[in-house]
Design a protein around this ligand. Structure first.
Ligand SMILES: C[S@@+](CC[C@H](N)C(=O)[O-])C[C@H]1O[C@@H](n2cnc3c(N)ncnc32)[C@H](O)[C@@H]1O
Length: 277
């Protein structure tokens, strides 16, 4: 597996019979928890909204397919017996090929190349009940392109369908935070459009540099609401008022971690949910 410096998944379904043993490439339990919370919430909301027996799920920016396999696994356990199909799509043919090589044997999972700016490839030519794009928008260097992708994602959703965007929380990247072995160095001010360079350094002085762009969540929310969505910004953190607080506590406990860890002192991740109405 090539390393891109992204906090991506790199688990091998062939060697991992059940979800519990899936692991992130960087071995970050908090990352794993964020994906789980996002996915569980997404499936719970989707089955509340739709009575369809077949659910079409899109994983936009699927990279090498780890997330796509994860959404399928979560769909199996949290979609209450519905038949789930997941299509992972990416603008890099090499990623799509690697994803297909690794995960296409999974029933209901497929991968397709997508062209930047073009419509999102569909399953059976039909709209999606659910779309997820995790750690994708920040990798796009131009906000005009972010807006185009948002427009295409919303256009690919059924009415009532929801798009879930997972990212690092702006508060965490401003205030700096330690999570697992890693540390994000603080930088007080980030302005919409700034190059987002985050160095994660662990105790063994291993540094991972992420070179992305900083997009204000409010600006993304504005774009999505102008496209006809009801948008919610959710903190994955300790605020008991947060809609995901209960899910978060459950998943943290499930892996034997404590909520007293530094990573939960400020919200480390943010979930942007946009429901097409
Ligand atoms: C940081 S990786 C995230 C991968 C995966 N979603 C995860 O959470 O592990 C970002 C991926 O988004 C893809 N990507 C970037 N811009 C895209 C676009 N406009 N449409 C689809 N995919 C895109 C990149 O090729 C890359 O594979």
């Amino acid at each position: 597996m090539t390393s891109t410096g992204y906090p991506h998944d790199n688990y091998n379904v062939a060697q991992n019979a059940s979800y519990e043993v899936f692991e992130n490439a960087l071995g970050l339990p908090t990352n794993d928890i964020a994906y789980k919370v996002a996915g569980i919430l997404a499936f719970e909301n989707t089955i509340k909204t739709f009575s369809d027996l077949d659910l079409r799920v899109g994983d936009v920016g699927c990279f090498t397919g780890g997330t796509t396999a994860r959404w399928m696994q979560l769909g199996k356990t949290h979609a209450e017996g519905r038949r789930v199909q997941v299509l992972g799509t990416d603008i890099h043919q090499g990623n799509v090929d690697l994803a297909a090589q690794e995960y296409q044997h999974l029933t209901g999972v497929q991968f397709r190349f997508m062209d930047t700016g073009n419509e999102i490839p569909r399953i059976d030519d039909r709209l999606y009940h659910l779309l997820l794009a995790t750690f994708v928008l920040d990798t796009i260097p131009s906000f005009a392109d972010v807006m185009i992708l948002c427009r295409n994602m919303v256009a690919a959703l059924e009415v009532g369908g929801t798009l879930y965007l997972l990212r690092l929380h702006p508060v965490a990247i401003k205030s700096g935070i330690t999570f697992g072995e890693y540390h994000i160095h603080p930088r007080e001010k980030w302005v919409h459009g700034d190059p987002l360079t985050i160095e994660l350094t662990n105790q063994k002085q291993r540094t991972i540099t992420i070179n992305d762009s900083f997009w204000e969540p409010e600006r993304i929310a504005e774009v999505l609401s102008n496209l006809g969505c009801v948008v919610q910004l959710m903190d994955l953190g300790l605020d008991p008022e947060s809609l995901v607080h209960e899910h978060l506590c459950r998943e943290v406990a499930a892996v034997g971690l404590s909520l007293d860890l530094p990573e939960w002192s400020v919200p480390l991740y943010q979930l942007i949910c946009a429901k097409r109405v």
